[in-house]
Design a protein around this ligand. Sequence first.
Ligand code: GLN
Length: 531
Amino acid sequence: MKTNTKYIFVTGGVISGVGKGIMAASIGAILKAKGLKVSMQKCDPYFNVDAGLLNPREHGECYVTQDGAETDLDLGHYERFLDEEMTGNSIWTSGKLYKKLIDAERNGEFGGKTVQLVPHVTGLVQQTFLDNAKYFGSDVHIVEIGGTVGDLEGSHFIEAIREFPVKVGRENCLFVHVCYVPWLSTSEEFKTKPAQNSLRDLREFGIVPDMVVARMDVDKIVKAPHVAVKLATFCGVREDAVVLMPDAKSVYEVPLNAVKGGVLAPLERFIDHGDPDMTQWEELVKSIEANPEKIVKIGLVAKYIDNTDTYLSVTEALKAAAWKVGVKLQTVWIDAEKATDKDFEEVDGIVVPGGFGVRGVEGKIAAATYCLKNNKPYLGLCLGMQTAVIAAARISGLKKANSEEFDAPKDANVIYIMEGQKGKESTGGTMRLGNYQAKLKKGSKIAELYGTEKVVERHRHRYEVNQKFLAEIEKGGLIVSGTSPDGKLVEFVEAPECDYFVATQAHPEYKSRPYRAHPMFEGLIRAVTEE
Ligand code: GLN
C-alpha cells in the first residue's frame, strides 16, 4: 500500500444536481494530467444495495463495471474523465454498507460488542477509502459524497470523513465543498447566503473545507468578484481557495474551466506535482466546439424517452464518435412504443440500445427489420442485437420468432435462456455481468472495426441467441461474427449485405471515452457520414 496516498472529499450544498460529480471527476482529471495515479469512489446515501433494481426512469442509467457491478451512472463519468476502470467497490450505498455490517454482526464478528454508528459504520466507510486506495495504488483517492450536506440520511458518510484525518493525517486530506450561488435578477446580484448556510452545516459536522467551488450562471459571472471575498470572510476559507465555476456547455469543458477558475492553487498547496498537461482536454473541447456543417441524424429507438439519462453512456458514445469523425450529431428520440417506418426513414442511422421487458420491443424489432430490408445503418446493443436476430428470423419465414423474455413459442425461441440458467430467471444474480471475452470472425466487418479478433466487452443480460436457429437467422440476412471463446454464446452479429449493420450482446458504450471513440460507434457515424 502506498503510505503517502492523499484523499480528497467532495461534498455538495444548497441543491442537488449542482455538478459535484463532474467537479470531482474534473479534479481527478487535472491531477491525472499532472502525472498522478488517481482513483475515485462514490458514497451514496440511498438504501438500495446497488443500482441493478432501480427504475431507470427515476435513476438514469445503470452503469456496469468491468467486474460486473451494477452501479450508478456517476461511475460512468468517473471512467470517462479518468480513463480508469472502476470496480464494484468504487460505490458504497448505505444499503450495501449496512448489509455488510449486519451480515458481519450475524456472523458473530463483533465478539459480543454493541454495534454502533460510530465507530462501526464510520469505520467501515473509512475502510472502503483505504481499500480502494490500496487496490488502485493511488497517489490521490477522491471520494464523492452523494446528496447535500445536512441530509439526515447522509450524515454517517459526513461523520466518517470528519473522523478520517485522525487516521491518515489532516495534511493528507483535502475537503472540497461544491455549492450553488444563485443570481437574483430583480436586484441584479449573486446571493451567497444559501452557500454560506451550507458551509455552516458542514462546519457543524466539524469540517472547514480547504476549497469551495461556487457554481454560477455563466452570463453573469463577470459580476462575481465579491463572491469569493464574501465566502472567504464568512466561512473561514482562503479567498484563493474559492473557485468560481460557470455553467458549461459541455461537461468536458469543466476540467479546463476549473483550471481557469483557480483550482490549481489549493491543489498545489495540497500536492505539489508540477503543471497539468491539459492538451487532451483542450483538443477535445476544440472538437466539441468545431461546429461542423455536416449533420448526421441518429435515431435512438428507446423506451424511456422522458429520461434520456437512461441511455447516458450510449449518447456519450455517439457524441464521442461524432466529434472524432467531425460531424454534427443530431440525436432523434424515437418512442419504441409508437415507432413506424416513417420514423426510421427520416434518420440516417439507427441505434437500438439495451432494455428489459416487453414494452416497446416490437418497435425495436420493426427498426431492425427496416434497416435489414432497406440497407439503413444499424447498431444494436444487447437487446438491440436480440431484436436484430428476431427480425432476421422473421424475415426468413419464422413468423413467430421471439425471445423467451417476451412471447416465444418453443419452436421459434430464437432468443432463449440456456439450460444451465433455467429456473433462476426471477432472482438477481443470474445475469451475465461485466467483462467477457469474445473471438471475432476473421474478415468480418466487426473484426475490421476493432482491428483485432479478440475483444473484451462488458455485459448485462440474461438471454442468449439460440444457435439451433442459425440457418433461419442467416437466411434472414445476418451472420454470427463473434462468439464466446468456446463458441457457445453469440456475441456479435452483422448483415453482410448491408453497408453497416452490426450488433452485439455486450454494452460497448461503457468503454467509449470522449477522447477515444468506440469502434462500433465510430463505424456507425462514418457509415452515415459517407452515405
Ligand atoms: N433483456 C435482455 C436480456 O436480459 C437484454 C438485456 C439488455 O439489453 N441489457 O437478455
